[in-house]
Design a protein around this ligand. Sequence first.
Ligand code: 2P0
Length: 324
Amino acid sequence: MREATAIAHPNVALIKYWGKRDSAANLPAVGSLSIGLGALSTRTTVRFEPGAAADTVVLNGNELPAENSKVTLCLDMLRQIAGVDAGAVVTSANDFPTGAGLASSASGYAALVTAGAAALDLDLSSQQLSAIARTGSGSASRSLFGGFVLLRNDGDDTTCAPVLAPEEWPLAVVVAVTSDEPKAVSSRYGMEQSRLTSPYYRQWVDGHDADLEAGLRCVMERDFAGLAAVAEHSCLKMHAVMMATRPPLLYWSAATMACLDAVRALRGEGEEVFFTVDAGPQVKAVCTAAAIDRVAGTLQSVPGVLRVIVSHLGDGARLTDDHD
Ligand code: 2P0
């Protein structure tokens, strides 16, 4: 046994995932379509220690409480395949805010399973790693792959696969960071509350396949205007489900709303840009290369925006020899 280090990028869903059909297995109620954020990274080293009874997880320099069981759940699946029972030391760092609606769990679990499998000398496919990462975080299964990624429910199966490489449609994402604070309500808890209490949850699930297919068609045809329309619709519909949850899940701040107005105004002036917002107050503006400078400059000047991050589309999770 040895140690291995992996890098993974967070992703942002254009057609959103919210809700589970099986909480225990962490199976999503709906599919999703995402793009990877190449400018943001998680770097994770996994070292299995013969004789160690438990896993130790250090995230951004702080040791996590031992009951952080989702990491152990993923590692247990790898240990079972490898036939070993050694505990692991996991050291992970993000170069962006953690737990603040920037999908740190997606890149985190994708890097974890990639490094963990390599440390155990397992030769698993990206699909197998994606399914293991999904037990840690549903969105993590998408970060195993680069570019545009489709997660789809297919009968009882959930499958995840790349649909376009980054260079096949090199869009960009301008992230307007409006807060560095961790979110108050986790996605996992929030989704379950939405399933149990939101009057719009059933309509969300029932109408979702049509949005997913429309989004996929727009990606395959490089139809920016069509993708903008269905992606903003999916985002706003998900937030309607969240807002109608009891107690309400209101992830937006005044700065979030101001950014949405700014993106819509830019599009009204002919720029190819649309917004999406996840379980946090940050706004991600997806745009063509030609629009990057204007989108970034405009969002930077919106009151309440702390900074903007410009990202190209990211590659999938991968091993690295660089241990810095
Ligand atoms: C998404 N989100 O599609 C949606 C949009 C947030 C809003 O996937 O419970 O951390 O671990 O599967 O993956 C965030 O949820 O939740 C998420 P679990 P996860 O990107």
